[in-house]
Design a protein around this ligand. Structure first.
Ligand code: HEM
Length: 409
């Protein structure tokens, strides 16, 4: 079968805000298509996406088996040298066995036990954030609650001092712009500068921890580096930065999109309030997963084809790039009953939001706990929470979220 052609205008603001009707049509009529302008094969159905994520013939990188020359790629942009130095050392973009080495090291910190031990701190942080705005009768949920909470948690885990935390968000925001399809020259320059400053900053912090180790992840990684010589200085710095970024960007957006969905469904909101007030946490658990399925904060990830393969009657050749629309798979009626319905009690919910396979999100237990504590505490403290204006979407599809969400309480 030859591939149907279609162009997906991912960066159109109305598509970013509500891509679901377009995606439903594609899933039905053209579930797999080639987009010439992005030079990628797009997949929209849950079954195809989950099969590809589990298939070892695809990977997040390809440069471990083919050179840039062999792939016909231009040389790396010298203006992006610092960004590239960071990105080349991000283990999410490696494949086994190099990937396994770093992933197993970092996963020690994200064990269910360690994550659960953060519950008290998380609750205290949510209370503090609510204390700061309660008397005002309203706030911007993104700026005042959704953003500071995960930033504080991941900075705490890593060991970034409180006084420096305000620097993290702007660096991260500049870096993640590079993951959008079609960034501007200005964004590229910003990202390069942010990567350079962030790498130096983490280098200084690591040097300090080498002298005075503490019970945090930076100290842990420094000690590994010294003991086994298995982590280079750039790997150490890039891993910390990557964790700081991955550890908050999607959680901010998942929480904001989740609250928007919740406040837009009064009967679901009432049920969750009642469950929370009665101390029943089961609806909170299924509910957070439903929020993450219903409106997906990281809609799309890509893979390279490492070996020729066939899927859905389509032949993919080595070197091709595929774009997997998790956001579409999450609404696929072939996999989800009443896929477009927001149902906090949904039990059969194989959401693609955290990925699958080799690169399955290492922070999923932390993200889930953060959102469960956030929504539980919010509804207990502010039971009259309601929308107080229009939600404003941020620009960008690959990292999708709200710039602001005015709420009253
Ligand atoms: C709602 C919040 C989050 C969402 C939706 C999310 C989503 C994802 C997804 C989809 C992937 C896999 C990417 C792919 O398939 O190519 C991933 C990987 C990863 N995430 Fe998350 N994430 C979230 C929160 C977190 C948090 C809190 C952390 C904590 C540090 C984290 C750390 C990571 C790491 C380290 C990886 C790389 C795993 C690997 O390559 O082995 N994430 N995340």
């Amino acid at each position: 079968m030859s591939l149907p052609l279609h162009h997906l205008d991912l960066n159109r603001p109305d598509f970013i805000a509500d891509p679901y009707a377009d995606l439903a049509r594609l899933r039905e009529e053209t579930p797999i298509f080639y987009d010439e302008s992005w030079n990628k094969v797009f997949f929209t159905r849950h079954a195809d996406i989950s099969a590809l994520l589990r298939d070892k013939r695809l990977g997040r990188s390809i440069l471990h088996i083919l050179s840039r020359d062999e792939l016909g790629w231009p040389p790396p942009d010298p203006r992006l040298k610092e960004f590239q130095r960071f990105q080349d050392n991000v283990f999410m973009d490696w494949e086994p066995p190099a990937h396994t080495r770093l992933r197993s090291l970092v996963s020690k910190v994200f064990t269910p036990k360690r994550v659960e031990s953060l519950r008290g701190k998380l609750e205290a942080t949510v209370h503090q954030l609510i204390d700061a705005v309660e008397a005002d009768g309203g706030c911007d949920f993104v700026r005042d609650i959704a953003e500071p909470l995960p930033v504080a948690m991941i900075a705490d885990l890593l060991g970034v001092p409180e006084a420096d935390r305000h620097r993290l968000r702007p660096w991260s925001a500049a870096i993640v712009k590079m993951y959008e399809l079609g960034y501007t020259d200005e964004q590229a320059e910003e990202a390069n500068r942010a990567a350079s400053e962030f790498m130096s900053y983490i280098g200084e912090l690591a040097a300090e921890r080498r002298l005075h180790p503490q019970d945090d992840l930076i100290s842990g990684l420094v000690q590994v580096e010294e003991a086994g010589q298995t982590l280079s200085e750039d790997e150490l710095r890039a891993t910390c930065i990557f964790l700081l970024n991955a550890g908050h960007e999607a959680t901010v957006n998942g929480s904001a999109l989740g609250l928007r969905a919740l406040l837009g469904h009064p009967e679901q909101l009432a049920a969750l309030k009642e469950a929370v007030a009665g101390g029943d946490v089961s609806l909170l658990k299924t509910g957070v997963d439903e929020m993450l399925r219903y409106d997906t904060p990281l809609p799309m990830f890509e893979r390279y084809v490492l070996e020729d393969l066939e899927i859905g009657g389509v032949r993919l050749e080595r070197g091709m790039e595929v774009a997997l629309l998790y956001i579409s798979g999450n609404r696929d009626p072939l996999r989800f009953e009443r896929a477009d319905q927001f149902d906090l009690a949904r039990r059969d919910n194989p959401l693609l939001t955290f990925g699958l396979g080799t690169h399955y999100c290492l922070g999923a237990p932390l993200a889930r706990l953060e959102m469960q504590v956030l929504f539980g505490t919010l509804l207990r403290r502010l039971p009259n929470v309601h929308l107080a204006g229009e939600a404003e979407f941020a620009r960008g599809f690959v990292i999708r979220g709200l710039a602001s969400l005015p709420i009253g309480f």
